[in-house]
Design a protein around this ligand. Structure first.
Ligand code: SF4
Length: 425
């Protein structure tokens, strides 16, 4: 490929790991002189990082490819990510204009595959395009094989943990660039260090991160309940760095369904885990994911899920309708739940989720929390918005200059799923 080409448009769907990887590629391309342009502008190179986790994600991936092909005819098109990994032949057939389809294991080498020589040997990022928080990926792969999940097939079932040295140097660079929040992420973060390719486990890594200097905070992304390190409740309670916010995917509040899902914990164990954290950290936000309409989910199973969630005081609930993924165990499972029932259950849980979020916000009215105000354009001038350490969305009147900074705020009122705050001078 010729060095005359100047603009690159990189776009990603899906998880935080995907977002991290696209940023990694963006920086590599920029280092070689490319200018990164927003989607869907005209560019000489297009890299589309896709997702395949649900049917909806697959459709979105196709739509994105179509949009990109339309907006920049003649560009060099690269498609990568989990949809590319799972459905290479389909992409070839449906989108013959795509020049290169790259599997996940080769993704970070795309710049070299394009024939562009990159000078860096440094594995890491320094910025995060259009983000106020930077995601740092510390692990790849999952060997848990939950019956509904395609991740072990498309991301690989071998766990690959990054060395703490490279993680720490990346975090230092991001903090030096000015990032005030780092989100530690992985395909399955709780598996960090369990491949024995690195010498420490997740707690060992957290201890090292904790000791880095500067005024910034660390957020943990999703942790599978059965992989939460036993020391974490204590560690989190004593940490000055880690945000009191955990995302612990529940998926179902019914023992039978959890078993069919191949999840390796029970509902009661999940409840005890949450208790352990809450006893030590009272401001803790716990958010979760739940799947409705899993094959064989009857009304009684759904009711168990509903009531369990109702009692858990989650701060946020992400509701997913079961999506059958070819190649997974659940793909063959019967009976399938009719779509109208799945939709109704999803609606019921979403309503419950709203109520729980609002209750959570109300608990913190008149409390002083710290908000990272965002760089994004606001609807009204003079108003800023951002998230607290326990992930409450706050809006407050304040100067532009406060964006990208950690600012103490008093929460004064709840408006829907948002808190109104007053900046403490
Ligand atoms: S733990 Fe289960 S749900 Fe999570 S990525 Fe692994 S297989 Fe998928």
């Amino acid at each position: 490929m010729s060095r005359i080409t100047q603009r690159a448009c990189l776009i990603s769907l899906g998880c935080k790991a995907n977002q991290y990887e696209i940023q990694f590629l963006r920086e590599k391309l920029e280092e070689t002189g490319y200018q990164s342009v927003p989607f869907p502008q005209k560019a000489e190179v297009y890299i589309i990082n896709t997702c395949w986790v649900t049917k909806a994600a697959e459709s979105k991936s196709k739509k994105l490819i179509r949009q990109a092909l339309r907006s920049s005819p003649g560009a060099f098109f690269v498609v990568t990510g989990c949809y590319a990994q799972a459905e290479k032949e389909e992409i070839r057939r449906q989108f013959p204009q795509v020049d290169l389809i790259v599997k996940n294991s080769e993704k970070l080498r795309i710049v070299e595959l394009l024939g562009i020589s990159s000078k860096t040997t440094n594995f890491g990022i320094r910025r995060f395009y259009q983000h106020d928080r930077a995601f740092v990926k510390v692990e790849d792969g999952c060997n848990q094989f939950c019956s509904y999940c395609c991740i072990p097939y498309v991301r690989g079932s071998q766990i690959r943990s990054r060395s703490s040295r490279s993680i720490l140097s990346e975090i230092k660079n991001l903090v030096n660039t000015g990032f005030k929040e780092i989100v530690l992420t992985g395909i399955n973060l709780g598996l960090y260090g369990r491949d024995l390719s690195v010498s420490e486990d997740l707690i060992g890594l957290l201890k090292k991160i904790e000791s880095l200097p500067g005024q910034w905070r660390l957020r943990l992304s999703s942790l599978e309940p059965h992989l939460v390190p036993a020391e974490l409740p204590e560690f989190l309670a004593n940490s000055n760095r880690i945000c009191p916010h955990l995302h612990l995917p529940l998926q179902s509040g019914d023992e039978e369904i959890l078993k069919r899902m191949g999840r390796r914990y029970t509902v009661s164990r999940y409840g005890r885990l949450v208790e352990k954290f809450r006893k030590r950290t009272s401001s803790l936000a716990i958010s979760t994911d739940v799947i409705v309409g899993f094959p064989g989910e009857e009304e009684r199973h759904f009711n168990n899920t509903y009531h369990f969630i109702e009692n858990m005081e989650f701060s946020r609930l992400h509701v997913f309708r079961f999506s059958s993924r070819p190649g997974t165990l659940a793909y063959q499972m019967r009976p399938r739940v009719p779509e109208r029932i799945t939709k109704r259950r999803s609606r019921q849980l979403k309503d419950l989720g709203e109520k729980l979020s609002q209750q959570f916000i109300s608990r913190f009215l008149n409390h002083h929390l710290t908000v990272l105000f965002e760089q994004k354009a606001e609807r009204e001038t003079g108003w800023l918005s951002g998230y607290t350490e326990n992930y409450i969305r706050v809006t407050a009147s304040g100067e532009e200059g406060l964006k990208g900074k950690l600012i103490p705020v008093k929460l004064v009122k709840r408006e829907g799923n948002l808190a109104l705050g007053e900046i403490i001078q």
